[in-house]
Ligand binder design. Sequence first.
Ligand code: GLN
Length: 481
Amino acid sequence: MKELAFTSIRQLKEKLSKKEISSKELLKFFINRFIKHDPKLNSAVEIFDEESILSHHKPGGQLDGIPGLIKDNICQKTRITSAGSKILSNYRATYDATSITKLKNEGALLIGRANCDEFAMGSSNETSYYGKVHNPWDLERVPGGSSGGSAAAVAAGLIPWALGSETGGSVRQPAAFCGVVGSKPTYGLISRYGLIAYASSLDQIGVITKTVYDNALVLSIMAGKDEKDSTTLNGSNLDFTKNLDGKIKPGIKIGIIENALNAEGIDNEVASALQNALKELEKLGAKIEKITLPTMDYSAATYFILSRAEAASNLARFDGIRYGYSSSKRDSLSDLYEYTRREGFGDTVRTRILVGNYVLSVGHAEHFYQNAKIVQSMMRQEFNDAFKNCDLLFAPVHPTPAFKFGAFAENKLAMDLQDYFTCSANLTGLPAVSIPCGFTKNNLPIGFQLIGPNLSEDLIFKTAYAYEQSTQLYMRHPNYD
Ligand code: GLN
């Protein structure tokens, strides 16, 4: 039984179809994994009871009987959906997010809610109302964020797959910190209906799994047009698993973003793991091209402004009246608003709302918001130009392996600057996948990412799969029996 913990979805499906195990047994097994190990990790804020999980089971689909964990900012009908915030800690979703409906239709068993940074704001999972999440490779370290609970749970073998969400790296960075695969699809590939908004023009649901094949499978199920989200792109019956044959596209050109690879502050062990990954890709037949993307150096600043601006506007709806937490201090309407928001939001969220309102305010919007939009369009152009010459781009995910709790407590700006490697894919809307590529001497995982043109998920997964099959890094996992 024990070995089931680190078994891929692909293999679990086989075991189920050969009747080596029943879906009920599998569900029990993973629920027990949480009971046993999650007190140390805090990766889930809630694991549902078996009966209620099974009550939504629709047998027969592509994920029939395969348990998964859902980030706590994606609505699951009748379940609390808090986005890791006190202000929504009593909010029960009245509908399923489109991605949830699709997963349920394929037979998935959704077993709980993954812990995350409050409103998905953070890179370390230290801002959740439900407490911090621990990295399964080293409990003194962060799992990354904001989808840290999702990544930690998959890495520790508590669940075969989990959903996260990205606005500026929140799936890829925790995936890299925890040694698992994390995908951020093309903007519009997955419906945002039922995803609690942070910065709507950047938000996308992503997938965290142990293997590339599994990731491609879960993503394919969720992809496609949704009339409930007008920003979704056309396309149906996508299957990103179909070209995963262990070979890379003949003659593929991979651009290495030199200004990212040579950026200040890259840890030596990360740098050498990235070099090894490049060598491996070359060995598989890839042609490596050096390129520079100057606008990328402004990505963290641009992301900082745009994400805060949109957050300020999106989070205006939490007023203590319509839903969620409501303060008891309500002598006047403005008191009710003020105290609800003061008591209901944590520090990071309040700070971001303030910054967002500032960059949008009369007299400042031209300097901040409008300039950031200009840089964003230049960045889109620059990336699109790069793809005239390269099929995919290669970049670090994070300059260092997982850091210790509190590492950035005195310097929040330094933490924000680390979004540099990831947030350009969000600003440009491009798809990107983070893949494990090695470990430090202290046994901490390291990842790299492949970024592709719009809707190139097929090619990214194909390349990542070939790399993964030749390195077999997914065989290594932390010790949670
Ligand atoms: N570090 C980013 C932030 O704090 C991550 C956000 C995200 O992708 N949800 O905004």
